[in-house]
Design a protein around this ligand. Sequence first.
Ligand SMILES: C[S@@+](CC[C@H](N)C(=O)[O-])C[C@H]1O[C@@H](n2cnc3c(N)ncnc32)[C@H](O)[C@@H]1O
Length: 273
Amino acid sequence: MPLHIDPYRNVDGQSDPGRYVNSLEARGRVRSQIRLRRRFLKFAGVRPGWRVLEVGCGTGVVCRDLATIVGRRGAVVGVDPSRVFVRAARRLAREHRLHGRLRFEVGSGARLRFRDGVFDGALAVTVLLHVPDPESIVSEMVRVTRPGGVVAVQDQDFGTFALEHPDRALTRRILEGVARRVYADPWSGRTLFGMLRRFGLARVRLTTDVYQDTRLEPWTWSMLERRAENAVSLGIVGAAGARGWLDAIKAEAQAGTFVCTLNFYGAVGVKVP
Ligand SMILES: C[S@@+](CC[C@H](N)C(=O)[O-])C[C@H]1O[C@@H](n2cnc3c(N)ncnc32)[C@H](O)[C@@H]1O
C-alpha cells in the first residue's frame, strides 16, 4: 500500500524516520512552543503525584515536561505506534535523567492495553490531527482515566495558519491545498471542545493559544519546506514556483518582516463517576 502523505501516520515506514525525530525535538526547543506547551499542561491541571498517560508521545517532548510536573511520587507513560520514536524517547529520557518516572510503550492510541480507570489524566498533544478517526483515541483515553480524572487534548488548526508573503494567492493555494490533502480534518483544533463534550465529560473548557514566529525558526522553516515539497508532489504548484515561494519567505526573514502564526486549541474535561 502506498504511504499516506502525512508522515506522522506511519513514521517507521518513511525513508528517513530520523528526520521526524529531529523535527519533533526541534519544535520542542522553540521558545514560543515551550511556553505554549507549558501553558497547556497548566491548563490541563496535571498535579504532582499523578499517574499520567500521553497518547502519541512521539520522542517524549511533552512526557519530559509532564515528568517534572508529577515529580518523584508520580509516573508518566507515553504510548506511540512508532518504534523509532519510542526508542528515541527512551534514550532522551535517560539523557535528561528522567527515566525513573517515565515509561514508553509501542502501541496505538485506539487500542490501549491498560485497564479502565488506571490514570489520573490522559493527554494527546498534536496527535488527533494526524489520525483518520480521532474519536477512537479519545474514547480509549476516557476509558483508562479514573472518574474525577482529566482528559486533555491539544491540536494546531491549519485553518488559522497565517503567513506574511508577497504572493497571497499562491500562499493560500499552497497552505490550504496541502492541508486539505494531508489531514483528515485540517480544522481539527476547533473541533476538540465539542468532541470532549460529546464524550460526556464534565466541566469542559477551551483554551486558544498562538504559535508566533517572527524569526523564521528552524522548525517553522522545515514545516514550510515540507508544505512546498507536498505542493509539488500534489501538483498544486511546479518545482520552480515552490522554490520561488520559499525564496520569498527567506527574503522576508532577511528583511526582518517575516510573520507566521498558527492557533493551537486545547480542551480539557473531567471524567464523571
Ligand atoms: C506531531 S506528533 C506529536 C508528538 C508529541 N505528542 C509531541 O507533541 O511532541 C504526532 C504523533 O502521533 C503519533 N500517532 C499517529 N497515529 C497514532 C495513533 N493511532 N495512536 C497514537 N499515536 C499516533 C505519531 O506517531 C506521532 O508521534
